[in-house]
Design a protein around this ligand. Structure first.
Ligand code: NAD
Length: 297
């Protein structure tokens, strides 16, 4: 079992650190929030007074932070110079591809191994230990990260070199955001054309329009398997997080000279929905914007 530092014990990191401790790892945790630290202690983690202290004798350092600037700051100010040179740095946050590549290069220049390992799956999957990890880094970095990540998830996939995990994550979520918008507008059109939503679902789920947003996560209540639509769009994957990922995808596309009109269109719609007060609702609630309803209708 390994000595693991865990930095960032929020909605996602709290459950992930708890699962590492449950698997028998010695977890030394740090967060700026006292309440988060108390929850980690109750889950079997030892609490450190700073990120540098948590990393001091770690074999592996996992970070689960809000955005690229937090990751760059923690790496530069707390991990470099404090984590042992033999340590493996694993960043599970969702951040921009450019920062992921910069921090990996800066780590490598200091003799530290680093991988990016963003996740698919929300808070429930983080708590249950059923996340999917998309890993960017060397073969050696992946081989070292895999057993640690396996204690927090159901699948660990090597996506390619540094930054490839973040690239896979934002490409997947851009596809998800665009397909959700397309699914919502299609159901609204079907209804306006006089089709019963369940009948249209039965047809399209067996025809070429079939897609995950419809058959596993239908944005209409009462249609398809149980989904956030059946809980008034509470829980699930928040619009604010989908918007964050769409912005990362559109930003990465600009840097790579790639044309993403559907991704950019989805981003604009999610931005409008968030501006109207829908940021806390599940991302399938975008159907309300498209139907001309207020977010809290
Ligand atoms: P969160 O805001 O709940 O948690 C982030 C934590 O980081 C907070 O507890 C905060 O206090 C801590 N933090 C910030 N700066 C710090 C620092 N310098 N040192 C120590 N701690 C610091 O966010 P979350 O929902 O847990 O998401 C974390 C990451 O996971 C994000 O990148 C997010 O995009 C990604 N993600 C979230 C979900 C989700 O459903 N919530 C799903 C997939 C991926």
């Amino acid at each position: 079992m390994a000595r693991i530092a865990f930095i960032g014990l929020g909605n996602m990191g709290g459950g992930m650190a708890a699962n590492l401790a449950k698997a028998g790892h010695a977890v030394r945790a740090f967060d700026l929030s006292e309440a988060a630290l108390e929850r980690a202690a109750a889950a079997g983690c030892a609490c450190a007074g700073s990120a540098a202290e948590a990393a001091a004798d770690a074999e592996c350092v996992v970070t689960m932070l809000p955005a690229g600037r937090h990751v760059a700051q923690v790496y530069e100010e707390s991990l470099f110079g404090n984590a042992p040179e033999s340590a493996l740095l694993i960043d599970c946050s969702t951040i921009d591809v450019a920062t992921a590549r910069q921090v990996a290069a800066a780590a490598s220049a200091r003799g530290l191994a680093a991988v990016d390992a963003p996740v698919s799956g929300g808070i429930a999957a983080a708590n249950a230990g059923t996340l999917t990890f998309m890993v960017g880094g060397t073969d050696d970095g992946f081989a070292r990260a895999e057993p640690v990540l396996a204690a927090m998830g159901k699948a660990v996939i090597h996506a390619g070199g540094a930054g490839a995990g973040q690239a896979a994550k934002i490409c997947n979520n851009m596809l998800l955001g665009a397909s959700m918008v397309a699914t919502c507008e299609t159901f609204l059109l079907a209804q306006k054309l006089g089709l019963d939503p369940q009948t249209f679902y039965d047809i399209a789920s067996k025809a070429s329009g079939q897609n995950w947003s419809m058959t596993s996560y239908c944005p209409l209540p009462g249609v398809g398997p149980e989904s956030p639509a059946d809980r008034d769009y509470q829980g699930g994957f928040a619009t604010a997080l989908m918007l964050k990922d769409l912005k990362l995808a559109v930003e990465a596309a600009a840097g790579a000279n790639a044309s993403v009109p559907m991704g950019a269109g989805a981003m604009a719609l999610y931005q409008a929905f968030q501006n109207g007060g829908g940021g806390g609702l599940d991302f399938s609630a975008i159907i309300r914007l498209l139907g001309g309803e207020a977010p809290a209708a």
